[in-house]
Ligand binder design. Structure first.
Ligand code: SAH
Length: 391
């Protein structure tokens, strides 16, 4: 039987509930299976720890699926999927647009499933999940009864697992552009061409907070993508909203959603580099009473953290300078490697350089359909600080 034995002294993290086994933590491999095959994981004294999907060519060589010895087969995955979608806030009849499965944090490592009305979008990120792709598709159809399932397996990290990149309908067919409802707003989501699986579901609750703070404000939403924050602010009664993004597609979707919600008269969307736009606003002496910054991850690795922090500091410093007294800065980072303490330190330095004082209203994270595994800090990646300018 395919078995991994962990090295002595390297078992504590896995024992404490973390799902990953690094290659360097393995002392011995027996009867090695194909990439992605299921192995029994033992501690250094040969005690059973669980069953993992194993790919020895990846740094993260094992991802724990189960702490028990039950067979990992079709009924196993169907049970897991049923349990996951039944967890709080996840009901299949629930919100139109939500994440149903968030990989490791839902004990389904390497699998992402998002729901956009009747359309499911899946991402399979590991060789282990790729091996059971058909089982997963069958289990999703049985439990959720979607209209179609689209796969966005065009994620570059698949290469680290020896997997090809592809996208397209995995089951069923039809339109790839769908309208979804979030609160009282309709958003257009393009699942084939959009970023991630089409929409930034992780910011849902932060958009709601922005909506509650926006009344009467002049809002600048930098890195606005398809208008999530911008339209939420407009729906919350903002006096004017400017959304900026580099992607022409995203801006077109934002305009489409603004129109559909009757918010176009107060919203302007522009294709531009947000770094340049922030600089230009300062030069022209423009001021805003709310600025939102939700840039893409500036680093995907530990080595580039210093450069990422310089990028964050530049946009935050500029945004702070554009705020009127009493203005609100909503500033986010989805770079896992820039953790909360680093992000807050950067904000303090930016505020000092901008000669502005702020009250820290809230420190927020990803929406609860992107659950955080207490034992695995890697599952928490989103930071969203809400600051109010005192001067
Ligand atoms: N706030 C959005 C998500 C933003 S994702 C929401 O809630 O839906 C980050 C966005 O930044 C992407 O849309 C990407 O196109 C955009 N982007 C990346 N670099 C940029 C730059 N230099 N200037 C402006 N937009 C940029």
């Amino acid at each position: 039987m395919f078995t991994l034995r962990l090295a002595s002294g390297r078992e504590a993290r896995v024992q404490a509930g973390h799902p990953w086994i690094y290659r360097s933590e393995i002392a011995r491999v027996e009867d090695e299976g194909e990439p992605g095959a299921i192995a029994h994981v033992l501690d250094s004294r040969e005690r059973f720890l669980g069953q993992a999907m194993v790919n020895l060519r990846s740094q993260i060589a094992g991802r724990l699926l189960s702490r028990g010895e039950e067979p990992v087969d079709g009924p196993f995955f169907e049970r897991r999927i049923r349990q996951t979608v039944a967890r709080c806030g996840r009901s299949v009849q629930g919100p139109d647009a939500c994440r149903l499965i968030f990989g490791e944090a839902d004990h389904l490592p390497g699998l992402i499933v998002d729901r956009y009305a009747g359309l499911l979008v899946i991402q399979i990120l590991t060789a282990g999940m790729e091996r059971v792709r058909e089982i997963i598709l069958g289990a999703l159809r049985a439990t959720i009864q979607p209209r179609a399932i689209y796969e966005r397996n065009d994620v570059s990290s698949r290469r680290l697992e020896g997997l090809e990149l592809r996208k397209g309908f995995a089951w069923g067919d039809g339109e790839t552009g769908v309208w979804v409802q979030e609160g009282d707003l309709s958003f257009f989501v393009e699942v084939a061409e959009g970023q991630k699986t089409g929409f930034f579901l992780d910011q849902r609750d932060n958009r709601r907070v922005v909506k509650g703070l926006a009344a009467g404000r002049d809002v600048l939403d930098c890195f606005c993508y398809s208008g999530g924050f911008a339209l939420s602010a407009a729906a919350g009664g903002a006096a004017s909203v400017i959304g900026i993004d580099l992607s022409a597609g995203a801006i077109a979707w934002a305009e489409r959603s603004a129109e559909r919600n009757g918010l176009s008269p107060r919203c302007t969307f522009t294709i531009a580099n947000a770094f340049d736009a922030l600089r230009a606003c300062d030069r022209e002496g423009r001021r805003f009473s709310m600025v939102i910054l939700d840039p893409p991850a500036f680093t995907k690795g530990k080595e580039a953290v210093a450069g990422a922090l310089r990028g964050y500091k530049e946009i935050n410093l500029r945004a702070m300078k554009l705020l009127t007294p009493g203005g609100i800065l909503v500033t986010c980072s989805c770079s896992y490697h820039v953790d909360a303490p680093m992000f807050l330190k950067m904000l303090r330095e930016a505020a000092a350089d901008a000669h502005r004082e702020f009250q820290f209203r809230e420190f927020r994270t990803q929406a609860p359909d992107h659950p955080i595994l207490l034992a695995a800090k890697e599952t928490q990646y989103l930071k969203c600080a809400i600051l109010e300018a005192l001067n």
